[in-house]
Design a protein around this ligand. Structure first.
Ligand code: ZN
Length: 335
C-alpha cells in the first residue's frame, strides 16, 4: 500500500501550489484545505510524510491531519479512484484505510508548531511598527519571521531553563529553523538594536541547526553563516553561527564537500573568518572567495547596494574554488 500511495503522492503537483519533494518520503505544498495563504503565497505548510508504513497528510497552518487516501479523495477524486483500483489489483485490497485516525505523533507536531502561535507573525505587523520598518529598511522579503517582546522568557517556555538570569528581557525578531517536513527544530533571535548579542540561537531538538531545509533545493547549494543572507539566494541554506562544516557533516542530506559552496561573510580582515575558510578548504569544500574590489560585507548589504540576487548568486559560483586553488585565493584575499 505504501509504495502505491507514494507514487500517487508524487503526482500531487498538478493539484496543489508550491509542490516539491523534500525527502524520500516527504512532500510539501501549499495546503489546499486552508488556502495557505493569500498574504504569503509562497508558504507551503501542507505535508505528506511516511509514518509507520503509511502516508499521512498534515498542515502546519490549519492543523488538519488525514490519512493520505482521504486527503487525495477530497483533492482529486479521479486520482483517488485510480489509486483504489491499483491497490485492489496489486494487493487484493479495495481501499486504503478510510477512518480518520490521527496518530499520536501529530500531537507532538502540533505542540511544536504552536510555539509560534504564542508570538507575533512579523509580516502581519502594521507598516509603521519599528520591526516592520527594520524589515523594509533591510529589504527583507521571502523569509519567515516572527516577533516577540520577551525573547528569553518565550524560549524558556519551550526549553525550560535555557536562559538563566537575563535581567531584562528583550524584543527580538524570531527566525524559525525547520526540517523539510516543516517541523521546527529551533530559532534564531535577532536583536532589534545594536546593543548586546546580535544573534541568539536556541535549538529545540538535537537536529543540526540548518536553516532552509524547507525551501526548494537548487543546485549548487550555497551555504551562508546566517538565514537572512541565505533568504535572498535561491535554494541557499544557512547555519546559525557555529562551525558550518561540522553542522553539515551531521546533516542527513550531507552531500560531498565539493558539492556545497560555502559563502562566509566578506571579512578579509577577520582572522577567525580566514581560519574557518582555510579549514573548510582543507576538508575539500568549495569556498566562495569574494572579489577583492567588493565592499559589502554580506549578501544583505549587497542587496541594499542595489545588486540583483541572481547576479550575486552567479558571482558566488564564479568566485568559488576547491583544494589548493581555494587556499591560494584565500591567502591572496585576506588583508
Ligand atoms: Zn492548511
Amino acid at each position: 500500500m505504501f509504495w502505491v500511495e507514494s507514487r500517487y503522492a508524487s503526482q500531487l503537483g498538478a493539484h496543489v501550489r508550491n509542490f516539491k519533494r523534500t525527502g524520500p518520503n516527504n512532500w510539501t505544498f501549499s495546503c489546499p484545505i486552508c488556502g495557505d495563504s493569500k498574504k504569503k503565497p509562497w508558504k507551503a505548510r501542507g505535508n505528506v510524510f511516511k509514518l509507520e508504513q503509511e502516508l499521512l497528510f498534515h498542515c502546519f497552518r490549519c492543523g488538519v491531519s488525514k490519512r493520505f487516501g482521504n486527503f487525495l479523495k477530497d483533492l482529486a477524486p479521479h486520482l483517488h479512484q485510480e489509486m483504489q483500483l491499483e491497490l485492489l489489483a496489486e494487493e487484493g485490497r479495495p481501499t486504503s484505510r478510510a477512518d480518520d485516525y490521527v496518530p499520536p505523533v501529530m500531537k507532538t507536531y502540533d505542540q511544536v508548531f504552536s510555539v509560534l502561535d504564542t508570538i507575533q507573525d512579523a509580516w502581519s505587523l502594521v507598516d509603521t511598527h519599528p520591526v516592520r520598518q527594520l524589515m523594509t529598511r533591510r529589504k527583507l522579503q521571502q523569509i519567515e519571521l516572527y516577533y516577540t517582546e520577551h525573547f528569553w522568557a518565550w524560549v524558556n517556555t519551550i526549553v525550560p531553563g535555557k536562559y538563566v538570569g537575563p535581567e531584562k528581557d528583550e524584543a527580538r525578531l524570531v527566525i524559525p529553523f525547520r526540517l523539510g517536513s516543516g517541523q521546527i527544530i529551533g530559532v534564531q533571535g535577532r536583536a532589534l538594536n545594536g546593543s548586546g548579542m546580535k544573534y541568539a540561537t536556541a535549538a529545540f531538538t538535537d537536529e543540526p541547526m540548518i536553516w532552509g531545509q524547507d525551501r526548494p533545493a537548487y543546485q549548487p547549494t550555497i551555504v551562508f553563516e546566517g538565514p537572512i543572507d541565505a533568504s535572498f539566494i535561491r535554494g541557499a541554506l544557512a547555519t546559525a553561527g557555529g562551525d558550518m562544516t561540522t553542522l553539515l557533516e551531521r546533516w542527513k542530506w550531507f552531500m560531498k564537500p565539493e558539492e556545497y559552496i560555502l559563502a562566509y561573510d566578506n571579512e578579509p580582515r577577520s582572522d577567525a573568518t580566514v581560519k574557518k575558510m582555510l579549514k573548510a578548504a582543507k576538508k575539500g569544500y568549495r569556498i566562495c572567495v569574494w572579489p577583492t574590489a567588493l565592499k559589502e560585507k554580506d549578501v544583505n548589504d549587497m542587496i541594499l547596494a542595489g545588486n540583483d540576487p541572481a547576479d550575486i548568486r552567479d558571482m558566488i559560483i564564479r568566485n568559488s574554488y576547491t583544494g589548493s586553488a581555494a587556499e591560494m585565493q584565500i591567502t591572496w584575499w585576506k588583508k
